[in-house]
Ligand binder design. Structure first.
Ligand SMILES: C[S@@+](CC[C@H](N)C(=O)[O-])C[C@H]1O[C@@H](n2cnc3c(N)ncnc32)[C@H](O)[C@@H]1O
Length: 247
């Protein structure tokens, strides 16, 4: 079985380079600007904080940010970048926080690393409990897309330049909504293999899971610039507020 910890401990050594190449570092400040709007002088908690790609620019905007991550190596990268962010090792599928936050956020498909429906609901429940009365949970996940899958498999060339080739292999299990994927990174000197198991979730299923733990959708966008979410969107940014309704 693949675990987020295993793959991210491996991935950590190249995470900064990878996220730079795929444009994620470039949009981190835009993400921070989106989140800052909700913070209003209060603190935020990031689920799967990684190397602080988003948390660091959010801190630079004056927000107190804390974070949870399961990977020692990712937490080490964060600690090298800043001492301003309190982060601890933990599983976002099951965490307790005595503190209450104005914003809890889980970006860049991190929610999908929870490979079962039960873990995803448990994460939403913990996140809802960590919010203060006016708090919001912000989740960014990609829209499931099965174009190009043949017999439940797909291999995609994700990025090529003079030095690097990234190939992603995916196997789809429709019963569990799992994608077992391995990112292969070829350079002139090495091949790195980064395995991961993800559970995809459609936006309406996410809304239903959120409703079950006392959250309701308040905004949904197609990107961090607040572009419309449409049937052509590749991802969504969903903002949930607390409700009293539980199912
Ligand atoms: C896609 S990366 C995102 C990192 C960072 N938030 C960003 O946007 O660049 C996912 C992060 O979640 C962490 N992670 C994976 N499974 C986790 C779990 N069950 N609990 C906590 N963190 C987890 C990984 O170690 C990794 O740092």
């Amino acid at each position: 079985m693949l675990s987020g910890e295993f793959s991210y401990n491996t991935f950590a050594s190249v995470y900064e380079r990878y996220t730079t190449m795929v444009g994620r570092v470039a949009e981190a400040d835009e993400t921070a600007a989106f989140l800052e709007r909700f913070c209003k002088g209060r603190s935020a908690l990031e689920l799967g904080i990684g190397n602080g790609r988003v948390a660091v620019p959010l801190t630079e905007r004056g927000v107190t940010v804390e974070g949870i991550d399961t990977s020692d190596n990712m937490l080490k990268l964060l600690a090298k970048r800043t001492s301003l962010i309190k982060a601890w090792k933990g599983n976002i599928a099951d965490f307790n926080s005595e503190q209450r936050y104005r914003v809890v956020f889980c970006v860049y498909n991190t929610f999908m690393v929870l490979a079962t429906r039960e873990e995803q609901i448990a994460c939403l429940r913990s996140a809802a409990e960590a919010l203060d009365e006016e708090g919001v949970l912000v989740i960014e996940v990609r829209v499931p897309d099965f174009d190009g899958f043949v017999d439940g498999q797909k291999t995609t060339t994700m990025f090529v330049d003079h030095e690097n080739t990234f190939v992603n292999t995916e196997i789809h299990d429709a019963i569990t909504q799992n994608l077992t994927q391995t990112l292969l990174w070829f350079t002139g000197e090495s091949v790195r293999r980064i395995p991961e198991r993800l559970r995809y979730v459609y936006h309406q299923e996410l809304d239903t899971m959120a409703e079950c733990v006392g959250l309701e959708l308040s905004e949904r966008w197609g990107d961090w610039k607040r572009g419309a979410f449409t049937d052509a969107s590749k991802r969504h940014v969903s903002v949930y507020r607390r409700t009293r309704l539980k199912c």
